[in-house]
Design a protein around this ligand. Structure first.
Ligand code: NAD
Length: 442
């Protein structure tokens, strides 16, 4: 079976590599020449654990090209995994998918299944089928299948090889049969439904996880006010199998390429159909406020950041990825810069991407120690293991004013007690290490 994948981003590349690992030959198409050059040199353009290793291992089964015509012409299956970013009004921008649809229509010379793996609004598969059929150059049959993706960045390879389910939205028996063949070696249960339901499964699942995050963040905010500890609350909740312990870590909100845009897209789609999903509207609002919570906490100690040395630990939207899309660093650092802060950042993998957007507006540190030395305040935006394992005593030793404001609860409050440090976190009372520390801020 000849499989082609359109788009070699987080989803397309991981899908292609995992399909190759399970015995398929896959041709990957991307319009970004730089990416394709890197891929042909065996280098992954994205940071994703185990991806480059598997790419190298399966190099005989993987081809990377910029020219789509050869890739789609005689393919049995084309998997579309291009981006569906957010438009200004919150709706999903389908321009890249539409483009691929026209490229497929213009090229295919034999019957083919087109599977949309990108996250798309309900009804998109029908629209894409129409675009392809209206633009077909040859008299061939095209079957559209919705095949949404559920991987998480940072664990994408594992999530794909050991997925919890493969969702197939099909309108013809033949398309379902061919897609089952594509995934035959994965040993993962299928959920087979119609296309609209498959598209809805993806949004409903993602938005539910985002809702869970916003819910626990609201509970955390109340914990701070009433003197409860969110870590214990989450633990107590998560042990109930009806709730589950995932996505119950309070923090400064969700980011990344999916939750923010997928909540807004479903909210938009509901409004467009004269309906309002109130829980999703609230999820979005809570997240917007949560993102800037650390700066609000810091303002208790400083009226302005002007001239202050600010250390920022963690730039990516979560650990395990170099992706900065909708990361708290990207929201908060411009606010701090505008206020006149001098910023030192550290991140184990995200600094190259950050440099592309912020260039020399901030200083880049090669270690946590370097970033916090002489700092007036330290913000923690991402829960990298290196930060969680960083000795708490060193903040007091190296910072000018030992004020650590942690948006990811990297430290246990018990560890902080007795240390010469002011430690603020989410959903837990501020911990003042020793009395003397308070004098620093008077
Ligand atoms: P991405 O931005 O990382 O990658 C998209 C790629 O498509 C880019 O490399 C781009 O150059 C390429 N591209 C654009 N137009 C093209 C064309 N005409 N032909 C070939 N390539 C083209 O995007 P992503 O994060 O991989 O997400 C892709 C889709 O999957 C989105 O709809 C997203 O919502 C969904 N999704 C993403 C994740 C995730 O964790 N990133 C998880 C599940 C689903």
């Amino acid at each position: 079976m000849k499989i082609s994948v359109a788009g070699t981003g987080y989803v397309g590349l991981v899908t292609a590599v995992c399909l190759a690992e399970n015995g398929n030959s896959v041709t990957c198409v991307d319009i970004n020449e730089e990416k394709v050059k890197l891929l042909n040199r065996g280098v992954s353009p994205i940071y994703e654990p185990n991806l480059e290793e598997l790419m190298k291992k399966n190099r005989d089964k993987l081809t990377f090209v910029t020219d789509y015509s050869e890739a789609y012409k005689d393919a049995d299956v084309v998997i579309i995994a291009v981006g569906t970013p957010e438009r200004k009004d919150g709706s999903a921008n389908l321009q890249y998918i539409n483009e691929v649809a026209k490229q497929i229509a213009n090229t295919v010379v034999k019957d083919c299944v087109v599977a949309i793996k990108s996250t798309v609004p309900i009804g998109t598969n029908d629209k894409i089928e129409k675009i392809i059929k209206e633009n077909l150059r040859y008299n061939v049959n095209i079957d559209l299948v919705s095949n949404p993706e559920f991987l998480s960045q940072g664990t994408a390879v594992k999530d794909t090889l050991e997925a919890t389910r493969i969702v197939l939205g099909v309108e013809s028996e033949n398309a379902g049969k061919i897609m089952r063949e594509v995934y035959q070696n994965f040993n993962i249960p299928f959920v087979v439904t119609n296309r609209n339901s498959a598209e809805m499964i993806k949004y409903a699942a993602n938005d539910f996880l985002a809702l869970k995050v916003s819910y626990i963040n609201e509970i955390a905010n109340l914990c701070e006010i009433v003197g409860a500890n969110i870590e214990d609350v989450s633990k107590g909740m998560g042990m109930d199998p009806r709730i589950g312990d995932k996505f119950l870590n309070a923090g400064i909100g969700y980011g990344g390429s999916c939750f923010p845009k997928d909540t807004k897209a479903l909210h938009w789609l509901a409004n467009y159909n004269d309906y309002e999903i109130k829980t999703i509207k609230a999820t979005i609002e809570v997240n917007e406020n949560q993102k800037i919570k650390l700066i609000k906490k810091a303002r208790k100690y400083f009226t302005s950041f002007n001239g202050l040395n600010v250390a920022v630990l963690g730039l990516t939207f979560k650990p395990g990825t170099d992706d900065l899309r909708e990361a708290p660093s990207v929201t908060n650092i411009p606010i701090l810069l505008e206020d006149g802060a001098k910023i030192n950042v550290w991140d184990p993998v995200g600094m190259d991407n950050f440099k592309r957007a912020f260039a020399d507006e901030v200083n880049y540190s090669s270690s946590i120690e370097e970033a916090i030395t002489n700092a007036d305040v330290c913000f923690i935006f991402t829960e990298w293991t290196e930060i969680k394992e960083f000795e708490i005593e060193k903040y007091a030793k190296l910072m000018k004013k030992p004020l650590v404001i942690d948006g990811r609860n990297c430290y246990n409050v018990e560890e902080v007690k007795g240390k010469e440090l002011i430690y603020e976190s989410i959903g837990r009372k501020a911990t003042i290490g020793i009395k003397e520390t308070e004098k620093v801020f008077v």
